[in-house]
Write a protein that binds this ligand. Structure first.
Ligand code: PMP
Length: 458
């Protein structure tokens, strides 16, 4: 029996990324409040938010300073925009702070309200830039199988996941996907991480040559793949890839929407993984997820081209009502102040060895093939046979079952394609909470194994 609220939900709401058929019977998990790393449902049951919401609530729940920053800005100037040269101090100040923090040469910052909008802007600017330079054929964008970059028509095209393409008539022409850098699943027997990286870079090079380098504008990658499975790239991957990109003058866009602001124990994932992109996209933890904000960095050559184009066309024809929303900027400024003052990024780096040791231990579990991460993010893969890495029939929904057991144990985690389970808690998580998280996840895996046996799946 669904509760009153759950029934009203089923009757009224379309849920993103939800099996809408199953939802009619299962109903929602209705959350009511949060505190620290915990969220509470309408029955008052606490859960460790092991996903930081959707990889975003780095500072946990009910941070009074963030609430106060939003309220103060709401009271002062709740809305203003940046169109037609209008401005406001939270946007100016935030752009200054971000320029200072960026790990790559940054001339300017452009704000959006989401990660999708940020990456959509990246696509458009890659096109706009090459038009400005008179390279009108250099327009194709390469993403990766299992990469995740958003849901707009262009960013769902960048994304390399079946659910975002099948029956959506996507990807659009001009969007290509190269191989997923998942060593555990896709390396050949005995192939080292470095050799696998070199092979993937070679595959990328062959793709660029096949397409004709004069038609390839950009390559986009997340430092650690998030929605595609919480996948850490193999050693040497980005170094090998970057050599190829530079050879053919292909712009490198880093999608830092998950990894930005401390997730890997560095301010940006690019720093942890030796990436040197021309531009990056950010969102999520820039406000600790409290209000929607995203954006991209603009390097000097792009900026110069944008200025020239605007002069020629009369305006820079891009932007949304909420680009640089003052409340979002004020909350981001406060979040970054807290990250700095409370050493949140350094703290994530300090807690990472413990987190990763607990994660790695899960690889010993009967049904876990791989458990790997970096910083305070990790993924594990449930397999039917640890030796052959054979997987269960996707229809059995084994990882979904594990996530449901975790929820029953008081832990929120997320299942992803390929029977993977992701963990990505708020960065403020304490060492004893890391232990509680992994104790609960271990029990969920035990229950999943018992369920697999009782169902006769393995
Ligand atoms: N890029 C990455 C790496 C993401 O993880 C996400 C969201 N999960 C997006 C882009 C899209 O962001 P949004 O959902 O805010 O549009």
């Amino acid at each position: 029996m669904l509760s009153n609220l759950a029934t009203r939900d089923v009757e009224t709401l379309i849920h993103p990324y939800t099996n809408l058929d199953a939802h009619r019977a299962n109903g929602p998990l209705v959350l009511e409040r949060g505190q620290g790393v915990h969220v509470y449902d309408t029955d008052g049951r606490p859960y460790i938010e092991g996903m930081a919401g959707l990889w975003c609530t780095a500072l946990g729940y009910s941070n009074a300073e963030l609430v106060e920053a939003a309220a103060a800005q709401m009271g002062r100037l709740p809305f203003s925009h940046l169109f037609s040269g209008r401005s406001h101090d939270p946007a100016i100040e935030l752009a200054e702070v971000l320029k200072e923090l960026m790990p790559i040469p940054t001339s300017k910052v452009f704000f959006t309200s989401s990660g999708s909008e940020a990456n959509d802007t990246q696509v458009k600017l890659a096109w706009y830039y090459n038009n400005a330079l008179g390279r009108r054929a250099k327009k194709k964008i390469i993403g990766r199988s299992r990469g995740y970059h958003g849901v707009t028509v262009a960013t769902a095209s960048l994304t390399g996941l079946q659910a975002n393409h099948a029956d959506w008539d996507l990807p659009l022409p001009g969007f290509l996907h190269t191989a997923c850098p998942h060593h555990y699943r896709f390396a050949e027997a005995g192939e080292s991480e470095e050799a696998f990286s070199a092979r993937l870079a070679d595959e990328l090079e062959q793709m660029i040559l096949r397409e004709d380098p004069d038609t390839v504008a950009a390559f986009i990658a997340e430092p650690v793949m998030g929605a595609g499975g919480a996948i850490v790239p193999p050693r040497g991957y980005f170094q090998a890839i970057q050599t190829v990109l530079a050879r053919y003058d292909v712009r490198f866009i880093a999608d830092e929407v998950i990894c930005g602001f401390g997730r890997l124990g560095t301010w940006f994932g690019s720093e942890a993984l030796g990436m040197a992109p021309q531009t990056l996209s950010f969102a999520k933890a820039v406000t600790s997820g409290y209000v929607p904000l995203g954006g991209i960095t603009v390097d000097e050559p792009l900026y110069a081209a944008m200025v020239d184009q605007s002069a020629k066309l009369g305006t820079f024809g891009h932007g949304t009502t909420y680009s640089g929303h003052p409340v979002a900027c004020a909350v981001a400024l406060k979040a970054i102040e807290i990250y700095r003052r409370d050493r949140i990024v350094e703290g994530a780096a300090e807690k990472a060895p413990h987190f990763q040791a607990r994660l790695a231990r899960l690889a010993e579990h009967d049904i876990v093939g791989e458990a790997r991460g970096i910083g305070l993010i990790g993924g594990l893969e449930i397999v039917a046979d640890k030796r052959t890495k054979a997987q269960y029939d996707p229809k059995a929904g084994v990882a979904a079952r594990c996530v449901a057991f975790a929820q029953a144990e008081g832990l929120i985690v997320r299942f992803l394609t390929g029977d993977r389970v992701a963990v990505c808690p708020p960065l403020i998580i304490a060492p004893d909470e890391i232990d509680a998280l992994f104790d609960r996840l271990t029990r969920a895996l035990d229950r999943t194994r018992d369920w697999i046996r009782s169902e006769g799946l393995g």
